[in-house]
Design a protein around this ligand. Structure first.
Ligand SMILES: NC(=O)c1ccc[n+]([C@@H]2O[C@H](COP(=O)([O-])OP(=O)(O)OC[C@H]3O[C@@H](n4cnc5c(N)ncnc54)[C@H](O)[C@@H]3O)[C@@H](O)[C@H]2O)c1
Length: 331
């Protein structure tokens, strides 16, 4: 992929201290961008893992505070915006529906309201979610969707609709990536975090790996390097304003199989135990159709689940002291 359009680019990454942000920022720095402004309130990410690079400016702030947002954005002329900041994720939104609206809708609309006047902007990449598909069986970008399972699914979809509204009415060059369960380095375990970092931590501590469901449910687990590759492709592509792309692998993995790989790679004696599925979780199988991303963006995810888990576990173990010192950070 020719990433030369990123050379000397000025970039805003909201939520850049989070899991995907940490991986994205490392890739951006490798591609000679001139500046990266990160906006993050560190509610579910931590600046402590960010690389030490003079091109990074970290601004600790809430993206739903319009005055500060205006002040910071209007000091810059951004070429690209990656909007990753989010109130994460389903269970958190069930427990805290108002803060979900605040960050995921109000924060997104605030950004777009300001950026509609920024003519330098080449692309606004919005991190949407596969949960917008709800219980749809075919998950391609043309599928009619009407998510209502959790506030998070409603709000991630609503924000996606806003990216289209701003694209169509104000020609803000937005693109949305519907991200399927992503995993990799820089994601720590926590009450509201994804299953993989939680299982890795439990496996390393010899605690039970609790599957909510039968374990035969499937998910399209996507290694973060593949997702970042797709985000960069979407950023530099001449995609249509308001376009949408799936960010998955097109492969499904049973939760039980994933848990068994983690046990094996960590050499853990943990037991795998089962509990009833959470009442909002009605999706048995989730797998992306990546045809459009492949055809229009040349996206080719190539990290298989076992390889991705091995890399993730290696990162976790290499950084174990730091990770341990931060334990309970997000509880
Ligand atoms: N990780 C996944 O599997 C996955 C799946 C689907 C969609 N996504 C989306 O991708 C994006 C990044 O996800 P992630 O896994 O890196 O999550 P993350 O929680 O690690 O990162 C989100 C970041 O946003 C910050 N943040 C939250 N609220 C904020 C606010 N009001 N103001 C400023 N910063 C705020 C957090 O501190 C965190 O650093 C999110 O938009 C998420 O909805 C992720």
């Amino acid at each position: 992929m020719d990433l030369s359009p990123l050379k000397n680019a000025r970039i805003l990454v909201t939520g850049g201290a989070g899991f995907i942000g940490n991986n994205l920022i490392r890739r951006l720095l490798q591609n000679d961008v001139s500046q990266i402004v990160i906006m993050d309130n560190q509610s579910s990410g931590m600046a402590v893992f960010l690389p030490n690079d003079p091109r990074i400016i970290f601004v600790g702030m809430d993206i739903d505070k319009m005055d500060k947002l205006n002040f910071v954005i209007n000091q810059h002329e951004f070429d690209y915006v990656f909007h990753l900041a989010a109130h994460f994720a389903n269970q958190n939104s069930v427990d805290h529906p108002f803060s979900d609206i605040q960050t995921n809708i109000v924060g997104t609309v605030g950004l777009l309201e300001i950026l509609k006047f920024h003519k330098s902007l080449r692309k606004f990449v919005y991190a949407s979610s596969s949960c917008v598909y709800g219980t749809a069986t075919e998950m391609n970008e043309e599928t009619f969707i009407y998510p209502s399972e959790t506030p998070y699914s409603i709000n991630k979809y609503t924000a996606e609709l806003y990216t289209q509204y701003y694209a169509h009415l104000f020609h803000v060059p937005t693109v949305s990536i519907r991200i399927f369960n992503t995993y990799g380095p820089y994601e720590l375990a926590g009450k509201y975090r994804n299953v993989i970092p939680n299982f890795i931590e439990k496996a390393l501590n010899g605690e039970d790996l609790v599957i909510t469901g039968t374990g035969r449910e499937t998910r399209d687990f996507t290694f973060v390097d593949d997702l970042v590759d797709l985000m960069l492709r979407a950023a530099i592509s001449p995609s249509r304003e308001g376009d949408i792309f799936n960010g998955g692998t097109g492969q499904k993995t049973e939760i039980l199989h994933m848990a068994e790989i983690i046990k094996e790679v960590t050499g853990s004696q943990s037991n795998i135990v089962f509990k009833p599925a959470r009442n909002w979780d009605k999706v048995k199988d989730r797998m992306s159709n990546t045809s459009k991303s492949a055809k229009e963006l040349g996206y080719q995810p190539n990290v298989k689940i076992r390889e991705g888990l091995e890399k993730t576990i290696k990162w976790y173990m290499d950084n174990y002291d730091k990770v341990k010192s931060l334990k309970n950070y997000f509880e």
